[in-house]
Design a protein around this ligand. Structure first.
Ligand SMILES: [Mg+2]
Length: 194
């Protein structure tokens, strides 16, 4: 808190998908969804990856429209990304959605006009653990700035991707974090850009 974070000349900016551009189902507490997706029998961060036909069916079901409304103001923001000077940064969408959700996700991205704003879109089609997938992508793409809503994932990334400036997108609660700057709107990204 109160730390001065040096601004960086951003070349590569990455965004998570769920709860940044596509919301969780209405009327279900987000914490409950995040809790359900994790396997709490493990000591380390570990997510349940749907493997059986039934679990895949349910996972697909909860990702179908209208269970996943768009976050219109954030979609507008990325469509009109304002920081084009001096060089437009590369914009990447990096979502840990699994292979079983690939077709649903690609359809939804088209429907919500979320394909065109990005230079590339990466989904977790090899079904890696979400935080491990994201750490790998941040390194591979040399992401300078990454925005995610999941603090547990961000904490993992903080340890494993020291070259990336991480931002916690959290307009949902008043919580702040000691290590990872919180933003409550995507326009606040500008404070981290030169
Ligand atoms: Mg998310």
């Amino acid at each position: 808190m109160g730390k001065i974070i040096p601004k960086i000349s951003i070349m590569n900016i990455g965004f998570d998908l769920d709860r940044i551009f596509i919301n969780y189902p209405p009327f279900v507490p987000a914490r409950a969804i995040d809790y359900f997706h994790q396997d709490h029998s493990k000591k380390r961060l570990f997510y349940r990856i749907p493997k059986t036909p039934l679990s895949k069916f349910f996972r697909r079901l909860i990702h179908c429209s209208p269970m996943r409304p768009k976050i219109a103001k954030n979609i507008r923001f990325i469509q009109n990304f304002p920081y084009h000077n001096p060089h437009k940064p590369n914009l990447y969408l990096i979502s840990s959605r699994y292979k079983t959700l690939e077709d649903i996700t690609r359809r939804k991205l088209k429907e919500y006009n979320l394909v065109e704003p990005f230079d590339a879109i990466y989904l977790n089609i090899k079904n890696q653990q979400p935080h491990i997938f994201k750490a790998g992508m941040l390194k591979k793409l040399k992401i300078n700035l990454f925005v995610d809503d999941n603090l547990l994932v961000l904490k993992y990334l903080k340890k494993h991707c020291p070259k990336t400036q991480l931002l916690w997108y959290n307009p949902y609660t008043k919580e702040k974090d000691e290590e990872i700057p919180t933003i409550t709107g995507l326009e606040e990204i500008k404070h981290f850009l030169k």
